[in-house]
Design a protein around this ligand. Structure first.
Ligand code: ATR
Length: 270
């Protein structure tokens, strides 16, 4: 049996097992299985060794372990710069961050090109770091807005990207092509929360990418649509970061449509 899986704490609500096991089934890969494992923070290093010793091919890593695992494996350049990894291949002991590919592939799938365009990133945590890395590499002009401004400054310094820390008020003025919400604000169960101050008008014709995927339509997405903009939820990023990990472990192209459907089915469950 080829085993892969995901570690996190808690991990009960992870959608990744459904997504990956559906992909294995669709490709007739009956000798592959994706597990979820609840690992408390104090035994992360030990768990990685155990999983490797027990023949796991690789794992995904989620909250709160994405930073901590870097101490125990070799991080590729992007995981190192971002300071967080979500995918490990135990055969090489290399960790990478497929959230970057997840976001950039999903933007591309929606026909969004960010080269030389003004982009606002909301947030400065782990998710924002992956987004800023990918968007900067793709040539976007970045403004980073965060509740704690110093954290935005630190992100820019550590990632060594050309970006500006800004207040929302200032960032929203002028031409803005894309807003990427990398905060957890508006995520279930806080569905009435939004990271965008109602008093600040949205830039004309803006597109929003909200990394939040539960609920499928967030308060922020509704705000943008009401202002005449385009809003995209984060489910595609979840699928595509998973698809990239799938390919790293199996060497096969992931059945993205099957993975989408598996997630939608899971999210519809009460
Ligand atoms: P993740 O790894 O998912 O990015 P994180 O590192 O905890 O999680 O980052 C969460 C982000 O959401 C941060 O940018 C955080 O802002 P602060 O840096 O000021 O903490 C932002 N965030 C979370 N709750 C928020 C809230 N109620 N209002 C505004 N921003 C919030």
């Amino acid at each position: 049996m080829n085993k892969v899986g995901i570690i996190g704490w808690p991990i009960e609500h992870s959608l990744s097992p459904a997504m990956h096991n559906a992909a294995f089934a669709a490709l007739g890969m009956t000798d592959w299985y994706y597990d979820k494992m609840a690992i408390p923070p104090d035994i992360v290093g030990l768990s990685l060794r155990e999983l490797r010793d027990h023949g796991y091919i690789g794992i995904n890593v989620t909250v709160p372990h994405k930073e901590a695992v870097l101490r125990y494996v070799r991080a590729d350049e992007r995981a190192q710069l971002i300071g967080a990894a979500n995918t490990i291949d135990f055969r090489t002991n290399i960790a990478t961050n497929t959230d970057v590919i997840g976001l950039m592939d999903d933007l591309a799938a929606h026909g969004i090109d960010v080269e030389d365009r003004n982009v606002i990133v909301l947030g400065a945590g782990g998710a924002a770091r992956a987004a800023v890395y990918g968007l900067a590499e793709a040539g976007a002009n970045l403004a980073i807005v965060n509740r704690t401004l110093e954290k935005a400054e630190r992100l820019i310094e550590e990632l060594r990207v050309d970006a500006m820390p800004m207040t929302l008020d200032k960032a929203a003025r002028g031409k803005v092509h894309l807003i990427v919400n990398c905060t957890s604000v508006g995520m279930h169960p806080n569905v009435d929360a939004t990271p965008w101050d109602e008093a600040i008008p949205f830039p004309k014709g803006v597109t929003l990418y909200d990394m939040v995927y539960r609920p499928a339509v967030t308060k922020l997405m509704r705000q943008v649509e009401a202002a005449g903009g385009r809003a995209i939820g984060g489910l595609g990023m979840l699928v595509r970061q998973g698809a990239a990990a799938f390919t790293i472990w199996t060497g096969k192209e992931a059945p993205v449509d099957v993975m989408f459907q598996a997630l939608r089915d899971e999210l519809e469950k009460p």
